[in-house]
Design a protein around this ligand. Structure first.
Ligand code: S3P
Length: 171
């Protein structure tokens, strides 16, 4: 239960890509929470949003996280909203060592604008609306991310640097 790492941070911060490459360096199994939910419920995240609404997605997200954190030996990348609803951040803090992958706001906007991952909350936004969305949401979500056990600048970070930084903190 103690032996889990959770990566938190805004959408587009690179949690999944970085997490996947960092997990083996720490001898951990990589789990992407969005993928885990999709496999468990047999629905894609955008479909969950469109057919059942965001609230149902958030509930499923929390339940999936709770379920995953019953196991250990995992590096889990959670969706940008996951730590910001209900008691999720408390759960993350209690059952894992958490890392906030912090990215500059402009970088997030650029990365989201060119990302291929289907994201229901941003897919229909104009460039101007996307900028506004990131600005407003980040302000609301940062206080949750900042509770993480460790914060690291995500801009240009390599899996090796992240793995070493985590090891230095947890050993
Ligand atoms: C969301 C972020 C997504 C995904 C869902 C909702 C959010 O994950 O969980 O579309 O609320 O910011 P990423 O952080 O991987 O984009």
């Amino acid at each position: 239960m103690e032996n889990n790492i959770v990566l938190v941070g805004f959408s587009g911060a690179g949690k999944s890509t970085l997490g996947k490459q960092t997990a083996p360096l720490l001898g951990l199994r990589f789990v992407d929470l969005d993928n885990y939910i999709e496999q468990k419920l047999q629905y894609k995240v955008p479909q969950l949003f469109s057919q059942f609404g965001e609230l149902v997605f958030r509930k499923s997200e929390y339940e999936a996280l709770e379920e995953l954190l019953e196991n250990d030996g995992q590096l889990i990348a959670v969706g940008g909203g996951a730590p910001c609803y209900g008691q999720a951040m408390q759960l993350i803090l209690k059952r894992s060592f958490s890392v906030y992958i912090k990215m500059p706001e402009d970088e997030l906007v650029q990365r989201l604008a060119s990302s291929k991952k289907p994201r229901p909350l941003t897919k229909d936004l104009s460039p101007e609306e996307l900028k506004q969305y990131v600005h407003e949401r980040l302000e609301k979500r940062a206080p949750f991310y900042e509770q993480a056990d460790m914060t690291i600048a995500g801009d240009g970070i390599t899996p090796e640097v992240l793995a070493e930084a985590i090891k230095a903190k947890i050993q």
